[in-house]
Design a protein around this ligand. Structure first.
Ligand code: AKG
Length: 246
């Protein structure tokens, strides 16, 4: 698939781009079925809601928030991350050769019914260690995503904003209690998605997600690619996992 000029301009301006119906629903349900088995048995490595939000309750200790390192878990996951159709899209957006990371966002992300928590406003780049910011994440919806089950929200253009250190809290979340930040947050958009839709978003883009208040789990897939010129800083988590040139 090739992006047109309008789509490329939208990504440059907003820092994200939705492509509807990218992967067929049958492939999505195969991915989802396997993810559900790994979630059911909490197969490591995982991140729990407790590890994310720090609330010391049994329910959060047992609730999987993300399956990590999915590239090496199953051929079906690997196939999606190495999908051929998306390569021209990634090449065009990065404007250089794409390299798949396994250190970050090599994940099945969940908002499990009843036990999920919200994801606060953040930039992924604040947790990663690279020389450069030309990194893009690819989000794949495996079912419907909407406000009540934890839809993704973005602040268009925030990938280009100069945001001072003090606008973030000690966990690197963008503070929603500051008037200055609230004006920025007001510009947010919510992205309703259906199975097979993908969203590409820049590593500097501010984003968040609601908790899931429905009775059904929401399961999504996210992985990250970088431009080949972007190097991980040595002796950091970002440099400790393999990279795969696409
Ligand atoms: O569903 C979520 O928790 C949001 C995901 C997110 O923030 C991310 O992938 O960086």
């Amino acid at each position: 698939m090739e992006l047109n000029q309008e789509q490329l301009a939208a990504f440059a301006r907003d820092g994200f781009l939705v492509i509807r119906n990218f992967l067929d629903k049958r492939r999505c349900s195969i991915i989802k079925d396997i993810a559900e088995v790994h979630l059911k048995y909490a197969i490591e490595p995982i991140e729990t809601e407790f590890e994310y939000i720090g609330i010391d309750k049994e329910i959060y200790k047992q609730s999987v928030r993300r399956l990590r390192q999915v590239y090496d878990r199953d051929i079906v996951f690997r196939e999606w991350m190495e999908n051929q159709e998306i390569r021209p899209v990634l090449r065009a957006i990065l404007d250089e050769e794409p390299v798949l990371l396994t250190a970050h966002h090599n994940s099945i992300m969940t908002k499990l019914a009843h036990t999920s928590t919200q994801t606060c406003w953040h930039r992924d780049s604040r947790y990663w260690h690279f020389k450069g910011t030309n990194l893009v994440s690819v989000w794949l919806a495996l079912g419907r995503e909407y406000s009540e089950n934890g839809v993704l929200e973005f602040i268009p253009g925030s990938h280009k904003m100069e945001l001072r250190e003090e606008l973030f809290d000690e966990k690197s979340f963008f503070r929603s209690d500051l008037e200055e930040n609230r004006e920025i947050i007001e510009k947010k958009v919510s992205l309703e998605l259906d199975a097979g839709d993908i969203v590409l978003f820049h590593s500097e883009l501010l984003h968040r997600a609601n908790a899931n208040s429905t009775d059904e789990d929401k399961i999504s897939f996210v992985y990250t690619v970088k431009g080949e010129s972007v190097k991980a800083i040595e002796a950091t988590r970002s440099s400790k996992f393999k990279e795969i040139a696409l």
